[in-house]
Each structure stands twice: as structure tokens, then as C-alpha cells.
Design a protein around this ligand. Structure first.
Ligand code: AOS
Ligand code: ZN
Ligand code: ZN
Ligand code: ZN
Length: 424
């Protein structure tokens, strides 16, 4: 299944008049619209290989059909998304779910779809067939050095796969922690984890980054050894200049002020990147912007302000990734929706009149500050996001084109109805 240029062109032609009308209205409302469009065009969000199949829960999994059966088919799926929106030009792989058989061929295939390899992810939260030691009681934190060593070696192997593919970062998410009071000595678990991370860090090439993801709970329900941004920060601070904290939006306790966390990590030079998703309760991994779009906007508002203050490149200086997993949608349509929501939040943040906001803050003018942010959030900037796509050769309405081309049915015809993507 491929989306052809002429299919995109005729889709765009059919929507062009309507788009032009919206765009000119938006331009008249938003100063700096042209600059926003250009920044949107440069912005790319990596798609995680594990979000291409239907996610499951511990209660069940309802496979959607036509799911990718191999790394090659996962790359093809991300290629489809990228053809439709030109904003998802990278894939984030997960080892051992995505071990490449032939690096050169894998790199060539990705390049044919205009894709690069984003962060590689290690997995010490499951036992793999034939693995000598179990991670039941943790990996990098484990009381037994043999088991820690197995987890360290796995991470080093993941780095090696990444090097071959041209990745430049390793994401470490640990399920390590405990389920009951007394199960763990917290300080020893911390120290073991730090010592293990140090060994992994030592294997990083100079141009690489290590992202340490934190998570409040699940699968452990009493303590998590990298449980919040403060813990992650304390590790990455000790590891060195190539280590950063990764913020997965779903990994906080309810009502956490994520935008403030983001602002401080950025200020400290320790924000590495994101796993975008949305949630109502915990790590629900729902479509970005589906539940709390204002929060997503406020996060981007801090990012734009903080990155500009640090003279950072918006598109390249942080890791922009999606992390999603759920049961009820076509995963490709869902990812198109997530990318759109992220781009929209970014566009809205770019439209905030910085000087005016700063003045309001300096004058303790709370009402004006709120007006400025809410005005940016409530102004419809979808035409700017669509225009960025149009200029990049993508579809004005990716989900509509995906549906009209019957992409899912085509994938089912090619791959079969009962397919299970490797992963969660
Ligand atoms: C787990 O909760 C984390 O969000 C991980 O980033 C991610 O979902 C996992 O590595 C994919 O298996
Ligand atoms: Zn994540
Ligand atoms: Zn998550
Ligand atoms: Zn998660």
C-alpha cells in the first residue's frame, strides 16, 4: 500500500478553495502567521513502532487487522503516515520487538519513505524467551549483580543496533520498583540503578543522548525507582552531559503541573524530550490532545518560551516522540490525530505574543496574562497547520484521505485480518 502523489494532489485540489478562505481569515487574525507555517514545516514527530498495532490491556486485546507483522511493515506504516502529513519523518524502535535482520536494507527502506531512526528503546520490563535471568524483581535495580549485568548488556546491545541504523539516542524506561512496603531498600535500589546506568552511559557514543523516562506507578504499585521528574533529574545530573530526563505526559500523579516541570527541566538544560499522549486517570496512553488540549498547549507555551530563551532549535534540540497504546481506534488514524494535535498546540504556542505576556507578568496583570493565553488557545489555527502540510506535499486532511483511499482495507488485503504486531 502506497499513497501516490497524484492521489494527494487531487485530494488537495478538492479542498483548496475552502482551505484558502480559512487561511486568509487566519492570516488576518494572527500576526506572524508566515513564520508559524515555516516552523511547522520543519517540525517532525517520531512514531513509536509499538503504536502501529492495536494496544491491549491486561483484560484483552482486539486486533484490528492488517497490522504490521515485521519491522519492514512497521516502517511502511510510518511511511504511509509521513506521506499523508509530512510531519512524522522518524520511527522509534523497540528492542527486542524490532531487531533488524539487515541493517543496510532497513536503512534503505526507511530512507525510501523519507524516515530516520529516532531514539531506540530498551526493554527490561519483560522476560524474553531463552533469557537466563528474570526481571520479576527488577532489572537495573536488582539485588543480584548478575541480573543487573544482563540488563546493562541488553541496553548496550540496543545502543549497538541504534548505531547501525543512525539513531542518536537511547530511551530507558524502567518498570523497576516494588509492590509492597519493605520489599525494597530504596537507597540500595537507587544506588544499584545509578551504578547500572553509569555502565550504560559509558557505552554511549559521543554524539548520543540518554533519555531517562520516569513514571509514578504501574506495573509497580508501591514504589517506582525512577518515579518522578526529581528522581530522573537526580540520576541524569550524576550521569553527565549526555543524559537527560524524558517526560511522558501520562506518567504523573493526577493534576501534576506538567508545564511547570517542563519549564524547570528545560531551564536546567536537562529536558531531553517527550512521549506525547493524553490521559484521564494514569498512563492511559490516549491520543495526544484528546482529553486535555489546554494542558498540551501550556506545555508547548513553556517549550517555545524556554527554548527561545536558551537559543535552542525547536525542531532538533529535543526528542519529539509519541507514545500511545489503546484498544478501540485504527492505530494509524489515531497517530494522524495525535500528530495534528501536537502541531496545533505548537502553532498556538508560537502565536502567543511574548512581549505582551511578559509585560502582563511583570505588572502582575493576571487577567491580561490569562486573556493572552486563552486567546491563543481559542484561536483556530488549523489552517496554518494544513498550509504547512500543503507546502510540504502532504494532504490537507490526512484522516479524510486515509479513509477515502481505504488504506486499512488495503492493508488487510495485503497482510490478512488476523495479524498481531509485535509489541505490547
Ligand atoms: C511505559 O509506560 C513507558 O511509557 C514506555 O515509554 C513505553 O510505553 C514502552 O517503552 C513501550 O513499550
Ligand atoms: Zn513512554
Ligand atoms: Zn505513557
Ligand atoms: Zn507509559
Amino acid at each position: 500500500m502506497q499513497v501516490l502523489k497524484n492521489q494527494i494532489d487531487s485530494h488537495n485540489e478538492s479542498l483548496l478553495l475552502q482551505h484558502e478562505a480559512k487561511l486568509s481569515f487566519t492570516r488576518s487574525e494572527v500576526p506572524g502567521a508566515e513564520e508559524i507555517i515555516q516552523k511547522l514545516t520543519a517540525f517532525q514527530i517520531a512514531i513509536p513502532s509499538w503504536a502501529l498495532g492495536t494496544g491491549g490491556t491486561r483484560f484483552g486485546r482486539f486486533s484490528g487487522g492488517g497490522e504490521p507483522r515485521s519491522l519492514e511493515e512497521k516502517i511502511e506504516d510510518v511511511g504511509l503516515l509521513h506521506a499523508l502529513n509530512q510531519s512524522s519523518g522518524a520511527i522509534s524502535l523497540h528492542i527486542p520487538w524490532d531487531i533488524p535482520q539487515d541493517y543496510r536494507a532497513t536503512r534503505i527502506l526507511a530512507a525510501q519513505h523519507g524516515l530516520t531512526f529516532d531514539a531506540v528503546n530498551s526493554n527490561t520490563f519483560q522476560d524474553q524467551p531463552g533469557q537466563p535471568h528474570s526481571y520479576k524483581f527488577g532489572s537495573l535495580q536488582h539485588v543480584d549483580k548478575t541480573i543487573r549485568q544482563q540488563a546493562i548488556d541488553h541496553n548496550i546491545e540496543v545502543i549497538k543496533h541504534g548505531i547501525e541504523l543512525g539513531s542518536e539516542s537511547l530511551t530507558v524506561w524502567l518498570s523497576d520498583g516494588s509492590c509492597f512496603p519493605g520489599q525494597l531498600n530504596f537507597r540500595r535500589a537507587y544506588q544499584n540503578t545509578l551504578e547500572s546506568l553509569n555502565e550504560i552511559y559509558a557505552a554511549l557514543p559521543d554524539n548520543w543522548k540518554l533519555f531517562l523516562e520516569y513514571k509514578a506507578f504501574e506495573p509497580n504499585f508501591y514504589s517506582t525507582t525512577v518515579g518522578d521528574w526529581g528522581m530522573s533529574y537526580s540520576y541524569v545530573q550524576k550521569l553527565g552531559s549526555k543524559a537527560y530526563t524524558l517526560v511522558d505526559l501520562g506518567h504523573h500523579l493526577p493534576n501534576a503541573n506538567i508545564e511547570q516541570i517542563v519549564a524547570l527541566l528545560l531551564m536546567e538544560g536537562k529536558l531531553g524530550g517527550f512521549h506525547f499522549n493524553d490521559s484521564k486517570y494514569g498512563d492511559d496512553d490516549l491520543t495526544a490532545g484528546a482529553i486535555k488540549p489546554y494542558q498540551l498547549f501550556l506545555i508547548f507555551n513553556e517549550l517555545v518560551e524556554g527554548m527561545d530563551a536558551r537559543v535552542m532549535n525547536h525542531a532538533t534540540d529535543l526528542g519529539w516522540m509519541i507514545d500511545a497504546s489503546h484498544n478501540v481506534k485504527d492505530p494509524l488514524e489515531d497517530l494522524l490525530q495525535s500528530v495534528e494535535a501536537i502541531m496545533l498546540a505548537y502553532a498556538q504556542a508560537l502565536s502567543v505574543p511574548r512581549r505582551a505576556l511578559e509585560d502582563a507578568q511583570q505588572n502582575n496583570d493576571v487577567v491580561t496574562a490569562q486573556e493572552i493565553l486563552q486567546n491563543a488557545f481559542r484561536t483556530d489555527l488549523r489552517a496554518l497547520v494544513a498550509e504547512a502540510r500543503l507546502r510540504a506535499g502532504a494532504a490537507l486532511n490526512p484522516v479524510a484521505l486515509y479513509r477515502s483511499l481505504n488504506v486499512r482495507q488495503n492493508l488487510i488485503n495485503e497482510r490478512g485480518l488476523k495479524t498481531v504486531a509485535t509489541g505490547l
